[in-house]
Design a protein around this ligand. Structure first.
Ligand code: PSU
Ligand code: MN
Length: 303
């Protein structure tokens, strides 16, 4: 095991015994939601994973180590520091470790650390993707490249409608990343259950998903898999209404010259403001829903 990797006792014991473990990211804690909802959500997600019979491994960079499994104090720290913690993707990992600075791991960085730890299932809210205008501005999340190369399955509610969803799916197709729809034929759009776009394979049970994942990796086909799980109906927001809000917030970002990795957190916060907090409620519920499904798949894979 890498000397930089630090597993909590609980995570380490579960992995050694072949018991199910679910990875969770920390950018969503520090950059994706406001305090204290972020910390409350992170704790609740861990509880849901435990209730489902798996061990949660929240992942972050701290004290010069890649950590899988955080203490409640560490989660609190990441949530309170918020934007003061560096948003860490693949490129950032060595510098944060070398300088012993904290890093909130994105989907990409969380996948890397999960794979090193031997964790195959990861639950989040939504992945990064090709941004609108991506064909000319090249704003394509490093999450997509990570899905192409790193063998971890990511359960998400699709990609946020702030992105260009058709281009995001094209990109995944080019890099051989399968997109599974859980009990749906449609790729969900994060706050909404529908996008008008399809998935590659619809699978209706955690066991069927577990079987496909095992088969892919047994075949020697390395790389990630995207499992798209629509937000529960009760928390789904109207797609047309969200589209109008998103067009507005992207204009705000352009007008304020927001660039690079600051864009996603900026857009999320603006959407929350323009929906009077409704988007945050929806965001929290879809994360819970994804944690439950990832746990069921992890349990099925351990059987
Ligand atoms: N989805 C959320 N909230 C978030 C993110 C995704 O509901 O905060 C984060 C994830 O950590 C994802 C990152 O990896 O946004 C993508 O950022 P970028 O577009 O800069 O690659
Ligand atoms: Mn970007």
């Amino acid at each position: 095991m890498s000397p930089y990797l630090h597993l909590s006792e609980e995570v380490s014991a579960a992995l050694a015994a072949g018991r199910p473990v679910v990875a969770l990211e920390s950018t969503i804690i520090s950059h994706g939601m406001p305090y204290p909802e972020n910390v409350e959500t992170a704790r609740q997600v861990e509880q849901l994973v435990r209730d489902g019979g798996a061990v949660p491994a929240t992942i972050a960079i701290m004290d010069g180590q890649l950590k899988a499994g955080l203490s409640p104090d560490e989660v609190e720290q990441l949530g309170k520091l918020g934007l003061a913690v560096t948003k860490a993707s693949r490129r950032d990992i060595p510098f944060l470790v070398a300088q012993k600075l904290p890093g909130a791991t994105t989907v990409a960085a969380t996948m890397i650390i999960a794979e090193q730890a031997g964790i195959r299932l990861f639950a989040t809210g939504g992945i990064g993707g090709v941004h609108r205008g991506g064909a000319t501005n090249f704003d394509i999340s490093a999450d997509l490249q990570e899905l192409a190369r790193t063998s971890v399955a990511v359960v998400c509610a699709g990609a946020k409608a702030i992105l260009d969803l058709p281009l995001t799916l094209e990109y995944l197709e080019t890099f051989g990343v399968p997109v599974i729809g859980y009990q749906t034929d449609e790729f969900p759009a994060f706050y909404s259950r529908t996008s008008g776009l399809g998935v590659d394979y619809r699978l209706d049970s955690p066991a069927a998903i577990a079987h496909s994942l095992r088969t892919k990796w047994d075949l020697g086909l390395t790389g990630g898999v995207l499992i798209a799980n629509p937000v529960p109906t009760a928390y789904s927001l109207d797609a047309a209404r969200m589209e109008a809000i998103i067009v507005q917030v992207i204009q705000d970002a352009d007008a304020q010259g927001i660039k690079g990795k600051a864009i996603t957190p900026f857009l999320l916060a603006r959407v929350k403001a323009l929906t009077a907090g409704e988007s945050l409620v929806s965001n929290i519920q879809l994360v819970y829903n994804n944690a439950r499904l990832a746990t069921q798949i992890a349990v099925a894979m351990a059987e």
